[in-house]
Design a protein around this ligand. Sequence first.
Ligand code: ADP
Ligand code: LRH
Length: 515
Amino acid sequence: QQRNPCVLAFDLGASSGRAFVGEIITETPRDASITGIGTGNSSVRKLQITEVHRFSNVPVQIGGHLHWDTPMLLREIKTGIRKAFQTGYHPESCAIDTWGVDFGLLDRNGELLGIPYHYRDRQTDGVVEEVSALVGVKRLFRESGLQFMPFNTLYQLYAMKKAGSPKLDLAETLLLTPDLLSYFLTDRRVCEFTMATTTGLFDPGRGVWNDALMEQLGIPSAIFPDPVPPGTVIGELTAEVCAELGVPPIRMIAVASHDTESAAAAVPADSPAFAYLVSGTWSLLGTQMAKPLLTPAVLERQFSNEGGVDGTYHLLKNIMGLWILQECKRKWEQLGEAYSFAELVQLAEQAEPLCTLIDPDDLRFMNPADMPEEIRTYCRETGQPVPDSPGAFARCILESLALRYSQVLEQAEELTGSRFTGLHMVGGGIQNELLCRLTAGAIGRPVWAGPVEASAIGNLLVQLRTGGWIKDSQEGLALVKTSFPLRIYEPEFEEHRAAWAAAYKRFEQLGRSMK
Ligand code: ADP
Ligand code: LRH
């Protein structure tokens, strides 16, 4: 029997990592009538994805700093490769996408210098203000295109410099997380374009590294490899890795290695001007653009321009996201009260609606020691009822996120002059049906939810293009549309609209970081 070509994607998020094999299958009309997909007599091509591995991604505090457990990530990726072959697949290639901004430094022998920092490490506290004063906010934005988030690579490197870290002096190469993990497997050093655009050191207007800014901040420009576009072949697994895993030397591809951009590349939109929300640990809300938008209004609203596939740019905003709920869940677990996400959603369903609201993007929620306590303090300070049960906390978080989505969606419309008829939601967060429903209510428009595993799918699509099995992004999106049905959430009735409008007014008054 002829085997379908297949490829292997690793999608590493801040909460978990997962490995999916993707293969293009052809359903005959007979199969199609069984599954209910497809009409007429023509056969249907679909992308079939199979999860072969999943693992938790838990960071580690070492002394005063928070780090990624990088050796664990590499070990789990190796396990994923082995499991793909053990399951009977023979992937033609594999690729890794991860969160943005973080990196490892290699010394002149090609060895890792230190343990990569986690973007929530506190070394960058106060650094945004310092760099802004040094460079000027207008230039900083014009030459990076990014929202001023304390964890952008630029600020991390500046913080290391300021702390007198010897690592920068010893570094020969800086590799962003997906490139670093690919390097461990192939011994090849690349810098993938979509990741480069998350650093703050890549000038999106000129499309090059910003050597002048690096020099001004004392960051060595020689450590940054030239960016390569998504779809570039990095190289093959090294002989050592193949021997260790007992697998043949498959190719590794640089995809849209930034998870947000891999997800955006898999949004099954019907028109080129669409709004999307990638919902996971973070919520990234934005829209696709042909080129970066570097206007004073974008600086004022604090949106980012991040590079995507096919040279596109994405105007988007980082919203604190389900991190807040994850951290409450973790705290309750420590206190001996364990709830699954599904249970928390169920409890939130029963809680009183639109009771307490928070500004999810208040920086106090970035990494507090005790998230529920931080929310309690916020409620006391803003004179609101303090949530008194996990359901009330979850409801407060989800409704506040939905209101923030509505606000940011309107800002995106204002900045781009577009009108979005609804919002595409993708990512693990769409398993939270209450969140999807609340979002539809808050924005007063439909939410089109799916696919859940958008980042892994976007990763697979770029690999399938590199392998020549699909020809362009249109063909890729057509596959997504036939393979992963959308779930539609319509906004609620008129009486709810008034309640949402009143809540939005209260939400806006919460102020602080409401730009
Ligand atoms: P990341 O890629 O950042 O690690 P994911 O895309 O995997 O994040 O999404 C993780 C989030 O998905 C969790 O924070 C949780 O809120 C949500 N989630 C996962 N499973 C469920 C579930 N069964 N029900 C509701 N929400 C869920
Ligand atoms: C989401 C994400 C986001 C970045 C953040 C660090 O996973 O990649 O786009 O800003 O992580």
